[in-house]
Design a protein. Structure first.
Length: 206
């Protein structure tokens, strides 16, 4: 029995993700997506009326999967310092995984032609992680909104650079397999993250 309804839409989205990563937004065609999804163009357009809406739906799919795996700092334990370290470690572990890196490259490539899609992906990966960090800092450290937001930006900047640029330019190898939550300590060097978290806590103490 063929796929129907939500199952078919999800199948199309995962197929489209792979096609966009392979060809880029501009060169990816609805014909190829329909063929690889083993469905008709008529059915494809019945679910997604154009390529732009399909691309945005793919970004939304990735956002949901990414944030579900990332979770929030509070989910990583009651100790504030360790929760921040584990959350940031998981953030970097997921960020340096092949699919997000591929989507980052795609979003950068298509930023001029399709800014809405690139902005949506940036929001999915970076803005939400920053917001979750800031909310955690407000709650645990009793910081004001601006102080917490600035501290979260500073922490993200310290842990991301230079690892993300090196991965984007192909200098450092990224992980192909889906990263397991319990492998953060082996997949990511937590020492600089612990140092950055300790510095943040010292700067915001009192």
């Amino acid at each position: 029995m063929g796929r129907r309804g939500g199952e078919l839409s999800e199948h199309i989205l995962f197929t489209a993700k792979d096609v966009f990563l392979e060809f880029g937004f501009e060169r990816a065609s609805m014909d190829v997506i329909a063929e690889r999804a083993s469905t008709s163009k008529r059915t494809l357009y019945a679910h997604f009326e154009n390529k732009q809406k399909l691309y945005l739906a793919v970004v939304s799919l990735i956002r949901g999967l990414y944030l579900e795996r990332l979770r929030s700092p509070a989910d990583y334990g009651g100790d504030t310092s360790e929760a921040l370290v584990r959350f940031c470690g998981r953030f970097m572990q997921l960020l340096l995984w092949a699919p997000p890196i591929g989507m980052c490259r795609l979003a950068i490539t298509e930023a001029e032609r399709f800014p809405e899609g690139s902005a949506s992906f940036y929001d999915a990966i970076f803005t939400t992680a920053h917001e979750r960090l800031a909310a955690f800092l407000r709650e645990r450290l009793k910081l004001g909104p601006k102080v917490a937001a600035d501290a979260a930006y500073d922490l993200v900047g310290r842990i991301v650079h230079p690892h993300l640029p090196r991965a984007l330019f192909g200098i450092d190898k990224v992980r192909e397999a889906m990263p397991a939550d319990d492998a953060v300590a082996t997949d990511v060097d937590l020492k600089p993250i612990r140092k950055a978290v300790a510095r943040l806590l010292d700067e915001t103490a009192g």
